[in-house]
Design a binder for this molecule. Sequence first.
Ligand SMILES: [Zn+2]
Length: 295
Amino acid sequence: MGLGNFFKNIFGKKTCAFCGGECGMLNRTKIKGDEYICGKCDDMCSFHIQKYRFTKDELRGHMEYMKRSDRIYKEVALNGARSERFPSATSRQGIEFFDDIGMFRIIDGSKDNKENYPKEMFRYDQVANYEPYIDESEETDENGKKKMVFGEGGIKITLVGCMDDTSTMRKGLRAHPYITEEITVCFATNDREKENYLKYADNAIHHFDYIFGVHDNESALFSFGMNKKEKRDLMGAIGFAKTAIDAVKVAKDGGEISEEKKAEIQANLNAMEDADTDGLAKYTRAADAAEAKIQ
Ligand SMILES: [Zn+2]
């Protein structure tokens, strides 16, 4: 290859594998198989995936996936599901929780207003881990004193796909179909915002704790009743006993099970599942139901 070709290859225009449009060097990303995606088509993908890892066909499938995600947001989440946002408004990033449908999304001030960009929903049961992060660096001021300077802070979310060791993973989790990298949600990027926004990060962590039942085995100091985990375990045990009795009855008497009985058995099975997954199964059912609505 001559030098001319070499430069042409790098600086020359390429054709987008998706829309067929021309894309310049600054406005394209290389994907697997020596093809390119233009900026506009890139906007139809998740900003949490590395495009070079995917082929054209895989990215086409991904764009369909993102369209369905956008529909879940617009047709199901915005259609009466309760939401909690941390922070309530931001020009940076934040998290919006939809407990009713077992999903959350990442608010992004720079992406959310783009017309092409579909809203991306994540299922609670895809989250393997979450933790706060702060990037600080040591700097020396004019008097020679060292001080810590805040860079940015927020929370990091690890989905099932980037867990190396799944043996310690909680029960009931499932893999995300595309994302294998850690997700960084940046709440604050300068010192002025630091305190306020890290409070929101803290609130978001608390909400994840609530979803994953982290404090469910703690009783309030002066409470004599059962804590949430004990109640859930008890309901699971009762559900198991009732289901066993129902199964014996059906086996003995044979015949049809009434709709009412079926619903009762399902509720008992759900209680068992909830106890087995520390409450996560409730959100799995909610997310399944939300996905089914847009099929
Ligand atoms: Zn394109």
